[in-house]
Design a protein around this ligand. Structure first.
Ligand code: CP
Length: 352
């Protein structure tokens, strides 16, 4: 019989627990970002559908608040006690749903969760507009994921409670991008500074397709708020037209500088950050793009380069990198809980 248990599980004394990067870094953000919650008041009771809704000061204050939650995850007060989250996921999710629910639980609230559209009136042809009208009476905030770009807007028409977009088709995934920015700020706290010396600017590559990958689209939007921090943004893809119409021009007008290449291995030795993603939700299913790109233990990464990935991963990111200092993707996923705590407590104006 094949023994499928890993050596560590067969003998728990073998090997050390995985050392997730970034555990100490939240404290650095508390020192770096002066607290001023004023800018966050504009987000109170507001829907979050797009990364374009956030400005730089709000992102910094949310990151600071997330740092506060991350450094003291056991809160002495539970600001969302008595509040109900409606977690409506009409498309599969591991991280977004569970980290939102973890965030809400940690803030003391209760949760109603939809994980299968067929279990709601959708199966009988009910519209999201009508479902939204009902949700007004059942809870205090909705997180919606749907493979249609329009879903969040359709529900928004009838909602009087806030909604947060948990990913809508090929369009946006704003809270994933907030988690990505939080990971970047923890990795290099000087990115918080308004002025960045030329020799401190970072070289970041995205292995992915900004025009159809919602995580990439939202991340680039948020990165444009920190444009002076990036020497250039490399898009690594074999797609002939990786940007949606007008997307590149808009990001460039906000200060990002792009270069597109298909040759990943030639660029890797010069990169500080590599953000890799393969999945795009197109229609009712996902597609894998750029299947020839793969990061593994033989990739020519700089010793201090960090790898980000929104996850779920496939072959493009080898598990051999999990136990190396390049692995910031687990810190990125972990930090999403605290960034979502920061956002949720801001929207409900219930800071702990
Ligand atoms: N990053 C992300 O959206 O992961 P899930 O699909 O698991 O929610």
């Amino acid at each position: 019989m094949v023994n499928r248990l890993s050596p560590k599980l067969r003998d728990p004394l073998q090997g050390q627990p995985l050392d997730i990067q970034g555990f100490e870094q939240p404290r650095a953000l508390l020192d770096r970002i002066p607290e001023d919650l004023t800018s966050l008041l504009d987000l109170v009771q507001r829907p979050v559908v797009s990364a374009t809704q956030f400005n730089r000061e709000q992102l910094l204050q949310l990151a600071r608040l997330a740092s506060r939650y991350e450094t003291q995850p056991q809160l002495s007060v539970r600001p969302l006690t008595g509040k109900i989250l409606i977690s409506a996921f009409y498309e599969p999710s591991t991280r977004t749903r569970l980290s939102f629910e973890s965030a809400w639980h940690r803030l003391g609230g209760d949760i109603m969760s939809i994980t299968d559209p067929a279990s709601t009136g959708i199966a009988k042809g009910e519209s999201l507009y009508d479902i939204g009208e009902m949700l007004n009476h059942y809870g205090d905030l909705v997180v919606l994921r749907d493979s249609s770009e329009n879903a969040v807007y359709e529900m928004l028409e009838s909602l009087r409670i806030p909604i947060v977009n948990g990913g809508n088709g090929t369009d946006e995934h704003p809270t994933q991008a907030m988690a990505d920015i939080y990971a970047l700020l923890k990795w290099r706290p000087e990115l918080c500074d308004a002025q960045i010396d030329a020799d401190k600017r970072i070289r970041l590559a995205i292995v992915g397709v900004p025009g159809v990958m919602r995580t990439v689209r939202s991340l680039l939007t948020l990165m444009s708020q920190f444009a002076p921090a990036f020497e250039e943004v490399l898009i690594i893809t074999d797609e002939e037209a990786p940007f949606a119409e007008g997307q590149r021009e808009e990001l460039e007008s906000a200060g990002l500088r792009f270069r597109i290449t298909a040759d990943m291995d030639r660029e890797l030795p010069d990169l500080d950050v590599i953000y890799i993603n393969k999945i795009a939700w197109i229609g009712d299913d996902y597609r894998e793009l750029g299947s020839q790109y793969r990061l593994d233990e033989n990739s020519p990464l700089k010793p201090d380069a960090v790898v980000l990935h929104p996850l779920a991963r496939g072959d493009e990111l080898a598990r051999a990198l999990d136990t190396t200092p390049h692995n910031w993707y687990f810190a990125q996923a972990r930090g999403a809980v605290f960034m979502r705590m920061a956002l949720l407590s801001t929207i409900l104006k219930s800071f702990a």
